[in-house]
Design a protein around this ligand. Sequence first.
Ligand code: PA5
Length: 532
Amino acid sequence: MNTTSLNTNKIDSSWNRFCDLLWHSDELGIWLDISKMKISNTDIKELEPNFKLAFKAIENLESGSIANIDESRQVGHYWLRNEKLAPSELIKNNLKKEKEKISEFSRKILNGSIHNEDNQPFKNVLWIGIGGSSLGPILLINSLKKNNIGLNFFFMDNVDPTGINDTIDLIKNELKRTLVVVVSKSGGTLEPRICMEQVRLKLENSGLKWNKQAIAITMKGSKLDNQAKNENWLERFDLPDWVGGRTSITSSVGLLPAALMGCDIDRFLEGASLMDTSTRNKELRDNPAALLAASWYVSGNAKGLKDMVILPYKDRLEVFSKYLQQLVMESLGKKNDRKGGIVNQGLSVYGNKGSTDQHAYIQQLRDGLDNFFAVFIEIIKDNHNLNINELMNPADYLSGFLQGTRKALTGANKESITISLVDLNEFSLGSLIALFERTVGLYAELINVNAYDQPGVEAGKIAAAEVIKKQDLIMNILTGDSEYDIANISEKLSKNSEEEIYWIIRSLSINNLIDIVEGNWSKPKSLKFKLK
Ligand code: PA5
């Protein structure tokens, strides 16, 4: 296969090719159609040996090998939905116990036997976490939450003070009926800690007891776990070392919110587990994750040269593209391959929903740059209580728009994949997520990158901590009425970057902590400032 230029062949949209490549499972209620991609039968044949190795690697991972070599960790998200696979009796037992604990706790919250200090049942959940510790719960709530069933959810996944303020404002009258769930696998991430402190202050200033409402989800022995234990928080749930943030949706991170909103967590796990079984098939053509991974590989010439545009034709799946963005880009976006060679790999993901996007960027998809492939997601069952007698049925139109856009893209020789699900529910969402998890795992094997570490995320966390430290150092340097310029400060900070200091003093000035006494912002070297 040519790995330097993109394939300009015409898409074969024949009925025979559709029939030849279609994958379907009655049990799962899913169809996968890759026939509108440019992958050929020769590509599939050529990729078979690579997939043999990839299947073996995932098999090793599932049986407990240290698949995340850089972090010396096992990768066990597949055990979460099939504990029999777990490599030790201890893990098997812990998995069972944790699931029972989540079900029991949620049942008692929902029936009011665990209640607030005033004997009132809890009504809301404020979920504090970032990245893998919040995207799964956000996806679950958006996709499956039913009105008037279970608790209401609010999320805090950033340290934007306005965002924190707005969220607290939304629940301020019901704070005492709000469970606060703080989620951080490492237990040390700054963003959730800062949000937590703000919420705690608000809660305690309102005369409420933090530990009667706070729940932690974290690794055993982490800073957060120790704090929750020492302060006797309402409950603690385990996030094992071998679960990565972006694959934590079938762990306590996803199961607790699902149970608290009244979902059937067993059906969710069952959907994921059945898809795991289907994607363990060793025949490329009979394995939906392998078909997807092969299509991505050929489309982007093994280098991720084409973006993946996710187009679910369902409002409730609008955040699925955001969820996949993290799963795919944090897993595959790597500088080095596993031998240490520089590869700068990745696969860009974006999207919202159809048919809405038809009236936005789909213009470019059809007529502009050929730098993407679309993934249509169709929910076939038309579940609603709308009165459609004598009115146009929205479901017919939604389906028509999907087919129309798919046809228009094919007509313009633009690639697309279509995934059709009978319905959107706990079971099908579980299976859809598992399909993409295994696809990412297989694709990572094909391009030989570690899909389970995130050195870029860690580097960002360290760099941010350094800047925050510098803000304090600068404030400590400024004393009394003395005036300073950027060069002085840089000197005092052992020749620290002037640009970084400019950024910090601009923020200090606009937030009224220092005064500018001379100069202007467009001439950074002219600026003189002092403490307010
Ligand atoms: O997927 C990941 O590993 C990351 O997005 C993490 O979930 C994110 O950085 C939050 O980390 P933690 O859960 O340790 O606070």
